[in-house]
Design a protein around this ligand. Structure first.
Ligand code: AHM
Ligand code: MG
Length: 308
């Protein structure tokens, strides 16, 4: 079943359906660019730094612009917060005030080396009569209406979590349409994998080092270095992903609003959990758009036994 038919059939709110359609259309354009990367001179850096002082890749900017354009066209998005933009983008005259926080291109270090990358979206809605300001984007993860991600990998897949559960769609590149491939996904009860950047081991505190040493005894290690792709594998196969704080990154590396929140929403809908080591990610009151947070996400029984 095509995504469009699925959204109709499952009686998605028309505004939300339009937002999800915008994401799917944007990602189809990005997938085409990725498949022709060096042929279109899209490898490498722009030579600039973003608000978090990270190197900005050409594809980061292209993906950012494509999704902003699609959200504008959808006429249902009022505001977008984005990893690449210091301040939110506002669209006036939105029909229904959806609020998006996005990482348009996750796994930037993997763009030029043929390894899976993706896009991540948290979808909120403005409160009734809410006067929109930059703070409107700072809602708790639990208030998300839906969240979604796309992985550009061995195939291109889009995963959507909503009140209707977690569904996976695969891109039919011949017909430019996402087709439902997995319904009502739940994380397998048996955890197979753990994912962590072992290069940071020396910088972790003793509790984290001990927790990782325990995981090592039981599970296989898989680490792609693109959060969205590591998360997708663990969602389908059973696994936990850890990006703890360390002595170099006292708040962790990953971002609350457009990485941890959307993926924790999906994890929870699929029977798993996302925490910062002490609290459920979805209950954290955000302070700033680009704030960082430690992330422990995947099978609940394993995550809940990790000491920080
Ligand atoms: P990005 O959004 O700029 O690509 O950065 C986030 C990425 C995550 O996808 C990934 O989990 C992490 O950074 C990898 O970091 P490291 O290279 O420190 O392991
Ligand atoms: Mg990212």
């Amino acid at each position: 079943m095509e995504l469009k038919k699925f959204l109709d059939y499952s009686k998605f709110d028309s505004g939300l359906a339009s937002v999800l359609t915008a994401i799917s259309q944007g990602s189809i354009l990005i997938q085409k660019k990725i498949s022709r990367l060096s042929l279109e001179n899209l490898e490498g850096s722009t030579g600039t730094k973003n608000i978090q002082n990270e190197d900005v890749k050409k594809l980061d900017i292209l993906a950012n612009n494509i999704f902003l354009e699609k959200f504008k066209e959808s006429e249902n998005v009022a505001m977008v917060g984005c990893e690449e933009l210091e301040n939110p983008e506002t669209f006036n005259h939105s029909i229904s005030n959806f609020l998006i926080n996005m990482d348009p291109l996750d796994g930037s270090s993997n763009i030029d080396v043929g390894v899976n990358i993706g896009s991540i979206f948290g979808i909120w809605h403005a409160k009734e009569n809410e006067k929109l300001s930059e703070n409107s984007l700072l809602k708790a993860g639990r208030e998300q209406i839906a969240s979604a991600y796309v992985v550009y990998g061995s195939s291109t897949v889009m995963v959507i979590a909503s009140q209707k559960g977690v569904q996976c769609f695969i891109l039919d590149t011949q017909n430019n349409a996402f087709i439902l491939s997995k319904s009502n996904i739940t994380i397998p009860g048996k955890c197979k994998y753990y994912s962590v950047n072992y290069g940071n081991f020396q910088y972790f505190n003793t509790n984290i080092q001990n927790s990782i040493a325990k995981l090592q005894k039981t599970y296989s290690l898989r680490y792609i270095g693109s959060l969205v792709a590591d998360f997708h594998r663990n969602l389908l196969e059973g696994g936990v992903f850890l990006y703890p704080k360390d002595s170099k990154n006292p708040n962790g590396k990953l971002r609350l609003m457009y990485e941890a929140n959307p993926l924790s929403f999906i994890a929870e809908r699929a029977g798993g959990i996302g925490t910062n080591g002490s609290n459920n990610i979805l209950d954290i009151k955000p302070k700033t758009l680009h704030e960082r947070i430690p992330l422990f996400i995947g099978n609940s029984n394993v995550i809940e036994n990790i000491l920080i």
